[in-house]
Design a protein around this ligand. Structure first.
Ligand code: ARG
Length: 443
């Protein structure tokens, strides 16, 4: 088939074709929309430096807009034997498409596609993380007066509360959001114009495509722009892995706390599944799957590292394989976050956990502190309470009075929320959206 951009005289062996194209027909559908946007910016820039006639530019933009609409309407396909999205778009543009590739290579095309894709998908993740954050904060506020045992070494330790428990995961998402912001900033630079990885002799206006695509700046050094392939994905995957780490721990806690021996939480029935043999079962499969999916996601940065680790600078086809582990990551993460939020919003809590005398000893430190406040030196008070426990005559006073920042009686959720808002303000979502709309506004 003479449908390779690079094909000359040699006939392509179909087995080798299948092997080298690999999963690109499927993977490139993730980035198709962004390939079109990148091409629009590139075409406008070529016209501005005299490498395209005005009429050719109009024809190209019109063709690209049609392809964009096909993609949006699920009518676009990468045809059999066509190597990738870049080839499909160029071929579909017909005769005029032949002029579009001046000054670029598929290497910088895929780079810019991945940046635009990651930018859009990070926004979806950020929105879901924020929604979950808000649910956790409101559950924390709602149950701030309900006590539960806190554990160290999985041994009962000190009084804790549902306010603390829900709020802890909210604050964990705050740190994850900081990482998502850093990843977004790394992503939001323009590699277009680096061509095969060494720039080229056309007087490209890279600032222009940077502005048209709404990037913060460009990746200036063309060799570095190419070196960013894989590194950028690893950075983004690490931020997602951090979110996944938070959710995985939350899922484990939830599975454990719904266990009958704890009985702290109860999942809404719709979130449990039954057993084919044991009629009483209501299993927390949704949290278990969440935990496993999150643990799998935490392996993705390592997978990307393994693919790029032993490569010197410059493009290699190895990089294509990263798409398989990276591109599907976002939809899975968004799905996990939405499901987790819905579970957290409907979860029921046990308000009377500490009535059970097996938790009496978590109040030992309260008693030590009470004696200390009465003037007994801490070490003596510690010993006194310890002896009472050994002798079996410790009676707990179950009122707790924790007042310092971040403790049971002073959660500081407003402070945590303010920090979150501060991070969110730094994402330039509006500017990006506006720029993409402008580009697509083809007459
Ligand atoms: N499918 C390729 C990739 O993902 C596109 C770039 C092809 N470039 C090349 N020199 N073969 O990397």
């Amino acid at each position: 088939m003479a449908n390779k951009l690079w094909q000359k005289e040699t006939i392509v062996n179909s087995d080798i074709e299948r092997y080298t194209i690999g999963k690109d027909a499927e993977m490139d559908m993730y980035i198709a929309r962004y390939d079109v946007l990148g091409s629009m910016a590139h075409a406008k820039m070529l016209e501005s430096i005299g490498l395209l006639e005005k009429t050719d530019l109009s024809a190209i933009l019109k063709g690209l807009k049609e392809i964009f609409n096909q993609i949006e309407n699920d009518e676009f396909v990468i045809e059999d034997g066509v190597e990738d999205i870049h080839s499909q778009v160029e071929m579909q543009l017909g005769e005029v498409g032949k002029k579009l590739h001046s000054g670029r290579s598929r290497n910088d095309q895929v780079l810019v596609d991945l940046r635009l894709f990651s930018r859009a998908k990070l926004k979806e993740v950020v929105e879901e993380v924020y929604a979950l954050f808000n649910s956790l904060i409101s559950q924390s506020e709602r149950y701030k007066n309900v006590l539960m045992p806190g554990y160290t070494h999985l041994q009962i330790a000190m009084p804790s509360s549902f306010g603390l428990w829900f709020g802890a995961y909210a604050e964990s998402l705050l740190d994850d959001m900081q990482l998502l912001l850093s990843a977004y900033k790394v992503v939001n630079r323009n590699p277009l114009g680096s061509a095969a990885g060494y720039g080229n002799s056309f007087p490209l206006n890279r600032q222009m495509t940077t502005d048209l695509l709404g990037f913060d700046s460009m990746d200036y050094n063309v060799v570095y722009a190419q070196m960013g392939r894989g590194k950028t994905e690893r950075i983004v995957a690490s931020a997602l892995a951090s979110v996944a780490g938070t959710i995985s721990k939350l899922a484990f806690d939830s599975c454990m706390f719904t266990n009958q021996n704890f009985g702290f939480l109860k999942l809404a029935d719709e979130f449990t599944t039954g057993s084919s043999i044991m009629p009483h079962k209501k299993n927390p499969d949704v949290f278990e799957l969440t935990r496993a999916k999150c643990n799998k996601i935490q392996g993705v940065p390592q997978q990307i590292t393994m693919i790029i680790n032993n490569l010197p600078s410059g493009y290699f086809r190895d990089l294509q394989i990263i798409k398989e582990v990276y591109l599907p990551l976002f939809d899975e993460m968004v799905d996990i976050l939405a499901m987790t939020r819905s579970m957290i919003e409907k979860i029921k809590i046990n308000e009377n956990i500490l009535d059970d005398p097996k938790y009496d000893l978590i109040f030992s430190v309260e008693e030590v502190n009470r004696l200390t406040l009465e003037g007994v030196p801490f070490r003596d008070a510690y010993k006194q309470v310890g002896m009472a426990i050994e002798k079996g005559n410790f009676t707990p006073n179950k009122t707790v009075n924790h007042t310092h920042e971040g403790s049971i009686g002073n959660l500081c959720n407003d402070k945590i929320s303010a920090l979150m808002e501060g991070i969110l303000e730094e994402f330039p979502f509006e500017k990006v959206e506006e720029k993409e709309k402008e580009l697509l506004n083809v007459i």
